[in-house]
Design a protein around this ligand. Structure first.
Ligand SMILES: Cc1ncc(COP(=O)(O)O)c(C=O)c1O
Length: 450
């Protein structure tokens, strides 16, 4: 298997003078990056010009996010109900965006199409690893090593594999509901036991009851914690202090951690994403970190994610589970897109984040002024809004029905996210502002004409 050969090559390289080119390049780059370039320092200190500043205003930015693109009948999961029929349900549910990916990425994919050969593929060269290395060092001060990397077709796929690799049937796995629903599925589908430490929702938003967290760990002999960071759906960007508390409890009780950090690039101003495994080597040693370019650059259909595991024994177990699924090699287009996105996509991402911040302000103000019964949980990260609809005084069934039938909106019902999701709805605001406006107007007319 390609993956195994590469891992062996990397491993051998550590004690070997005639280093393979991947490692030579890695070492050279590593030395170079000991002094980060000016631009990186500016980003770190928040001194860099925003794109809007650079182009003289939000309307003059280089990329356009206002364009409304018809996704009906394009085999899109988000628009599945539109496939071959003419329904009128506006979809703001699953976490993909109604924006084109960075044009630099499309350009690379077009070149692949022109080449016209789509055989088995993998990423053998440093041109796959180096953009990842740069990205994580520059943006998160996390220094990757090539041998930590395992590519999978998706993060959910990796979570299933990690659960199988790190626990046995019947073992307890802890999650913090309300949370991204495939976490619970991965535990149940693999015959493990779900243990929930519910997030606490108060006047100032969501927090963790660490006493409950530790009690549940001890009482159930929890073997694995699946951390969602930033958290989908409540939008928390965990502080370093919170992450350290999670980590210290897990360390104390021998609990492995799967850190799903797929939303890491969507953090609103004033917040900062901390890579859990980057906090201290003891945390890295018990952790599988799941990342992907797919959320950040809207590439989910290309099926590529990057999983980082520094502990070699965990990595071997993880790779063994992946082998047992029969998965062979990553998608050609996924590899090409990943390389291009991390290499050329940063400016696009920064503009997108500015656009999303304005969408967030727009939705917040609209709800406050027009439907105050719906309270927005102010997100620190992600483009998913978690809306507290309990002020409407409706049962979950009625709320879901009103949203689908009366408002004509396809949102994710809070109940899907488990404990604590009752009376909530999740809305994806990664769409042109005109569409967001339409969606909010639909909500208003559904609930105000009642
Ligand atoms: C927290 C979280 N993890 C994973 C995923 C999906 O990842 P993938 O498409 O790589 O399986 C999502 C998508 O919404 C998500 O929100």
């Amino acid at each position: 298997m390609h993956l195994k050969i590469i891992l062996i090559r990397y491993k051998e390289a550590e004690n070997f003078d005639g280093l393979p080119f991947v490692v030579i390049k890695y070492k050279a780059e590593h030395e170079k990056k000991a002094n980060p370039p000016d631009k990186a320092e500016k980003y770190e200190k928040g001194l860099g010009l925003t794109s809007a500043e650079k182009y003289g205003g939000i309307n003059k930015m280089k990329y356009s996010f206002d364009e409304i693109i018809d996704r009906r009948n394009t085999d899109s999961v988000k628009y599945a109900l539109w496939q071959g029929n003419s329904g009128d349900l506006l979809p703001l549910w699953v976490a993909d965006m109604d924006f084109k990916s960075p044009p630099e990425v499309s350009e690379v994919l077009i070149q692949k199409c022109r080449h016209g050969i789509f055989g088995y593929s993998d990423a053998y060269g440093e041109d796959y690893f180096n953009p990842l290395y740069d990205w994580y060092l520059r943006r998160f001060n996390w220094e990757l090593r090539p041998e930590w990397l395992v590519k999978t077709p998706g993060v959910v796929f990796a979570i299933y594999a990690a659960v199988r690799a790190l626990t046995n049937e019947g073992d307890a796995v802890l999650i913090q509901q309300p949370v991204y629903y495939p976490f619970e599925r991965a535990i149940k589908d693999t015959g493990r036991k779900v243990v929930v430490s519910e997030l606490v929702y108060g006047k100032n938003g969501y927090s963790v009851d660490f006493k409950d967290f530790e009690d549940k760990v001890v009482k159930n002999s929890v073997k694995l914690f699946i951390l969602c960071s930033p958290h989908n759906p409540v939008g928390r960007v965990w502080t370093k202090k919170e992450l350290m508390t999670f980590g210290d409890i897990c360390l104390k009780h021998g609990v492995f951690v799967v850190a799903d950090e797929i939303h890491e690039d969507f953090v609103y101003p004033g917040n900062r994403h901390t890579v859990f495994a980057g906090i201290k080597p003891e945390f890295a040693d018990m952790t599988v970190t799941c990342t992907a370019p797919t959320k950040t650059f809207n590439l989910a259909g290309l099926q590529i994610s990057n999983i980082f595991i520094s502990n070699e024994s965990i990595r071997q177990k993880f790779c063994s589970e992946i082998r047992k699924t029969g998965y062979g090699a990553p998608s050609l287009m996924g590899i090409a897109a990943c390389k291009a996105a991390y290499q050329y996509g940063e400016e696009w991402l920064e503009e997108l984040k500015e656009y999303l911040s304005l969408n967030l302000d727009f939705a917040k103000n609209y709800l406050k002024e027009n439907i105050p019964e719906i309270r927005l949980v102010e997100p620190e990260g992600t483009y998913l809004l978690w809306m507290d609809c309990r002020g409407l005084g409706l049962s979950d069934e009625k709320l879901d029905e009103m949203i689908a039938v009366k408002a004509g909106l396809w949102l994710d019902s809070g109940t899907m996210f488990g404990a604590g999701g009752q009376g909530f709805q999740r809305m994806n605001i990664a769409c042109p502002r005109q569409i967001l406006k339409q969606a909010l107007e639909r909500l208003k007319s559904a609930f105000k004409s009642n």
